[in-house]
Design a protein around this ligand. Structure first.
Ligand code: GLU
Length: 492
């Protein structure tokens, strides 16, 4: 027996009018996970019908963001597929065919009302005189009249003829349950504009029907469009897909997420040092849960367990601190070789290291990992934390100098440390620690005071990765040179 679930076909249909934001990314993740879980097909369709705001660069950025998150699509741009083209601007033919079908079965009619007439009618409706929505004037034209006016070149749009007896439209949503839209609220909306371009509600349905989409998973800003879209599916005699509308994402202040809340696009999070697997995990749980308690959910788990039933209908609150926490977990749990690899681009773009350097001194780069992996929350912290190991010269942070290097005792400690370290035969963390403790002891300086002075001298700051390991990685010569120069810089 064929597995009915294997026929699942879902789509993510972004408009390339800007960057991919986390709301859209979450929609993409749910579609992807649902397709993978059911063995279905995940389609990427580009809704580029807004000619002014749709750009190739935006499309490229959306594709890049999806791939960065680890999402792959089975059909769509760069993947091909039997149901293409996958750009709405290339699908004019499909919209023409669909309109012909609706004309033939009487579910679409031409409307010649001018913008001024429509405005007058709207005005009348507002003042309580007349019905809201289009009053169906042109629906009453005879077929011959309409044809004659079209042949005469009169500008016209095409409207859907909502069946008189259609009754209320019930959207049975997989997330939100049933919503009833009264038939009286459905006007004969426009399908095709006078310039021949399809409206969103028409193009989307034609594409979803032609692409045999079985489930429409999208943001609930489209719930109000759904009854109209159902009417078009019915007019085309196409099966109506199952709808699943996702609640919006809100900021912690209870307002719709926007730039005011900081980063909102996928690439902005990438640039701020969030790992793709952490962002995927975080967004997956922003409105869906595995079991109500598991917080770390990998892509593999997601694709093996995702279900529409566990999507929440409550609004999701974006919590940047939780994302940081989660990012920290992924950083901590990553195998060291992998984290070293992931650190490299950050060091490269700061001009501190190169791939060739990395290949040459792999063991050294690998040894950086335990210095930071327990404390990093974002990859942007890699350079501030480790920069002192790469720079040929460091700047001493004035506040740190003030705290740790201004006393005569501290300067004596630096001199003593430099000398003693120069005599070490083994340059490793344990030997360095033993050596510095002995210096503190012989000078009668508290170890804490000496360590802090050495730390500021070699790292530039009172806050640094573990001191002895840092010194070991820095190398004897550089470490001692820094002790000497800090001492000189703070003398007098
Ligand atoms: N292009 C539409 C959007 O980005 C798609 C909506 C839909 O999924 O139907 O909002």
């Amino acid at each position: 027996m064929p597995d009915p679930a294997a026929d699942v076909r879902v789509r993510f249909a972004p408009s390339p009018t800007g960057a991919l934001h986390i709301g859209g990314a979450r929609t993409a993740i749910y579609n992807w996970a649902f397709a993978r879980k059911t063995g279905g097909t995940f389609i990427l369709r580009i809704d580029d019908t807004d000619p002014e705001r749709s750009t190739a660069e935006n499309t490229a950025q959306i594709l890049r963001s999806l791939r960065w998150l680890g999402l792959d699509w089975d059909e769509g741009p760069e993947a091909g597929g039997a149901f293409g083209p996958y750009f709405q601007t290339q699908r004019a033919h499909a919209y023409r065919v669909a309109l012909e079908r609706m004309k033939a079965n009487g579910s679409a009619y031409p409307c010649f009302c001018t913008a001024e007439e429509l405005e007058r009618k709207r005005e009348a409706a507002r003042s309580g005189d007349g019905t809201p929505g289009y009053d169906r004037t042109c629906r009453r034209l005879s077929a011959d009249d309409a044809r004659a006016r079209i042949d005469g070149g009169e500008p016209h749009v095409w409207r859907v003829a909502v069946p008189e007896d259609r009754g209320d439209i019930v959207v049975d949503d997989a997330v939100r349950g049933e919503t009833v839209f009264p038939a009286s609220a459905m006007d004969d909306f426009v399908l095709v504009r006078s310039d021949g371009t399809p409206t969103y509600n028409f193009a989307t349905v034609v594409d979803d029907a032609d692409m045999e989409i079985t489930h429409v998973i999208r943001g609930d800003d489209h719930l109000s469009n759904t009854p109209r879209q159902i009417l078009v599916f019915e007019a085309l005699a196409s099966p109506v897909p199952r709808f699943a509308h996702l609640s919006m994402i809100w900021g912690a202040d209870g307002k719709k997420l926007s730039k005011r809340h900081g980063a909102t696009s996928v690439e902005a999070f990438r640039d701020e040092g969030i790992l793709p697997e952490a962002l995927l995990n975080y967004l997956a749980l922003l409105g869906w849960s595995l079991d109500g308690q598991t917080t770390i959910v990998s892509a593999e788990t997601l694709r093996a367990t995702f279900s529409l039933e566990r999507i929440s209908k409550n609004p999701a609150i974006f919590d940047a601190e939780k994302l940081d926490w989660m990012n920290g977990v992924y950083i901590r749990d990553m195998p060291p070789e992998q984290l070293a690899e992931r650190m490299l681009p950050w060091l490269e773009s700061a001009g501190l290291a190169s791939r060739a350097d990395f290949e040459l001194r792999r063991a050294w780069f690998l040894a950086l990992v335990p210095l930071v992996n327990e404390r990093l929350k974002r990859m942007t912290e890699v350079v501030p934390a480790l920069g002192f190991l790469f720079a040929s010269e460091i700047t001493l942070d004035p506040a740190s100098v003030e705290k740790a290097l201004t006393t005569a005792e501290a300067r004596t400690a630096l001199r003593g440390s430099a000398e003693a370290l120069g005599t070490l035969d083994r340059w490793d963390a344990a030997s360095i620690e033993a050596c510095l403790r002995a210096v503190a002891d012989s000078l009668g300086v508290k170890p804490k005071v000496l360590f802090q002075a050495v730390r500021v001298a070699v790292t530039g700051s009172t806050v640094s990765p573990p001191l002895f390991e840092s010194l070991a990685l820095l190398g004897s010569e550089t470490a001692r040179a820094r002790l000497v120069s800090a001492q000189a810089a703070t003398a007098g």
